[in-house]
Design a binder for this molecule. Structure first.
Ligand SMILES: *Cc1c(COP(=O)(O)O)cnc(C)c1O
Length: 434
């Protein structure tokens, strides 16, 4: 008998095959070679025929050289931190493609000279928040707060902040640590549950750079509580900076307790900071919005600060951010506004189809949340496809991967954050997981 191992084709020979060479063009030689070597190993072990090495290697290749895997968000959490928060609109994705090449990000095509960077994205933001007189973009919400602290209080000046607003954002990162890392000092006022205007007034002095209001975006304190709105904190002789977190630009009827940029500026905040990839529905970014007068002047100072360069947004962010604001409603907003009756109808359609294929599926009402540091404690009525619990693990490992949530022994696929055009993909994934 011939030793099969001698029939296993050589690596170079497999790599020279047209289909394999084409894959190497697309994915890089190293990645393809790795797959070929793995397939050769399987052939030597007798798992596949020596003649199938090339096909097995090709079948094992990923679609792109990134190891990131698309995941359908069926958790019912609108902004899922572990899934990258807001999904981008088709318009923003298309803009990313334009910016990915060489583009006129800092060039004036009319004169051939250097052009201002990022003005179109800033103009789009100012158009969306007419009450702001100036705006600036940085890498994320944390960078926006850090820049304000570094710029206004970096030399050991004081930031006055309520004890109940010393927030841990997530993954162990804490706003107070972020602030003091810039060289600023904190002057804490009030208690965990209560703070009054008098507390702030007593703390403001010579060394105060600004009063900071941080939205407790991932927890609620209830009971014997009191906090001060931005409107109560003006007139203390120092600017009020408000970190609203979610990037909601105007009030939203479903989110009565979530602060928005327009209202916060109207209440007298000099500066508002927020994230771009939460309720705004855009790419990761940090927004700084300045009120007319002092606020606008402060935005200018932040823009000229030496650290501004270190947290500067790239051309991809500028493109996606502008397209999010100027283009059609982004998916996060569509999902937030989805009518629960429509969600239930979709769940019923999917469940009916799956039951016809013998799956124990039923449509159920469910509760979804905003997540991602927004609207804590609020539930949005939603609908889900309920499956036996073991589906959860199989769906997670499938293509596309589907992340649901487990509740009372069932795997729920909540449709709140699933775009309607993904219903077929979702049903298909469940069908294959059977
Ligand atoms: C999310 C959040 C941040 C941090 O923003 P990133 O964009 O994640 O850096 C800061 N403050 C508040 C209130 C938040 O909700």
């Amino acid at each position: 008998m011939t030793d099969v191992r001698r029939l296993v084709p050589r690596t170079d020979a497999v790599l020279a095959l047209p289909a394999v060479a084409a894959a190497a063009q697309r994915l890089g030689r190293a990645l393809v070679k790795e797959a070929v070597v793995a397939a050769q190993g399987r052939a030597r072990a007798g798992e596949i025929a020596p003649g199938d090495v090339a096909d097995a290697a090709l079948a094992a290749l990923p679609g792109t050289p990134t190891t990131l895997t698309p995941v359908l968000n069926a958790t019912g959490v609108l902004l899922h931190t572990n899934l990258g928060r807001a999904p981008l609109s088709a318009a923003a994705r298309a803009a990313l493609d334009v910016a990915a090449g060489t583009c006129d990000v800092e060039l004036d095509l009319a004169t051939g000279g250097r052009g201002p960077r990022g003005t179109a994205a800033i103009d789009a933001l100012l158009a969306a928040v007419p009450g702001a007189a100036a705006a600036h973009l940085v890498n994320n919400g944390a960078a926006a707060i850090a820049m304000v602290a570094a710029c206004l209080a970096g030399g050991g000046r004081e930031i006055v902040i309520a004890r109940g607003e010393l927030v841990e954002i997530g993954a162990g990162f804490r706003i107070p640590d972020l602030l003091t890392a810039t060289g600023a000092r904190l002057r804490e006022v009030g208690t965990t549950n209560r703070v009054h205007r008098d507390d702030y007034a007593a703390a403001v002095g010579e060394d105060t750079a600004f009063v900071l209001k941080v939205h407790p975006s991932n927890f609620v304190v209830s009971g014997f509580t009191h906090s001060c709105g931005v409107d109560e904190l003006t007139g203390l002789g120092v600017p009020v900076v408000a970190d609203i977190g979610s990037g909601l630009l105007a009030p939203h009827p479903l989110l009565p307790d979530e602060p928005d940029a327009a209202t916060t500026l109207a209440q007298g905040a000099a500066l508002v900071t927020a994230s771009g990839d939460k309720l705004l529905g855009g790419p990761q970014a940090g927004l700084l919005l300045g009120a007319p007068g002092e606020g606008a002047e402060l935005v200018g100072r932040v823009r000229r600060h030496p650290l501004a360069r270190a947290v500067r947004v790239d051309k991809l962010t500028l493109a996606a951010f502008e397209a999010t604001l100027r283009g059609p409603v982004p998916p996060t907003r569509t999902a937030l506004d989805a009518d629960p009756r429509d969600l239930l109808a979709r769940a019923q359609r999917i469940a009916d189809r799956l039951r016809a294929d013998g799956v124990d599926a039923r449509a159920v009402e469910s509760d979804s949340t905003v997540g991602g540091g927004g609207a804590p404690g609020l539930t949005l009525p939603s609908a889900a496809v309920s499956l036996p619990e073991p589906y959860a693990a199989v769906l997670r490992a499938g293509t596309p991967a589907v992340l649901g949530r487990t509740e009372r022994g069932r795997c729920l696929l909540d449709l709140r954050a699933v775009p309607p055009e993904s219903d077929d993909a979702l049903a298909g994934a469940v069908g294959r997981a059977r």
